[in-house]
Design a protein around this ligand. Structure first.
Ligand SMILES: [Ca+2]
Ligand SMILES: [Ca+2]
Length: 118
């Protein structure tokens, strides 16, 4: 299992190695690229409040949910909802959400929002 994950990760690194990081100068971003930019910068804003600047603690995650996703996440301020979402997203169970762990939520919300969910 760990080997498969490691292989997936190195594959992902390989296919994304030519993508220019956000920090480098970029002419006008396309609409979808701007949407990615917003997601990344908002994630960093909330992740940077305490502990690791690149992962969301439960408190940071709750703060993000209750201020940014109140229309798409039902009962975002309910501690039980936060707990449940946090544990379902925290794939490695370290109590922190990396961007890729957090991203699953965005994918699921977008899937439902777009009417793709069965
Ligand atoms: Ca943090
Ligand atoms: Ca984690």
């Amino acid at each position: 299992m760990k080997n498969i994950k490691a292989e997936m990760w190195s594959f992902t690194q390989h296919i994304t190695s030519n993508i220019t990081p956000q920090s480098s100068k970029h002419p006008a971003l396309k609409i979808m690229e701007s949407a990615i930019n917003v997601l990344v910068s908002q994630f960093k804003t909330y992740a940077g409040k305490d502990g690791s600047a690149y992962t969301l603690s439960k408190e940071e995650f709750k703060s993000l949910l209750t201020s940014q996703l109140t229309n798409l996440v039902k009962n975002a301020s309910d501690p039980a909802v936060v707990d449940q979402l946090m544990s379902s997203l925290d794939a490695n169970n370290d109590g922190e959400l990396t961007f890729l762990e957090f991203w699953q939520l965005i994918g699921n919300l977008a899937n439902k929002h777009g009417g793709f969910a069965q």
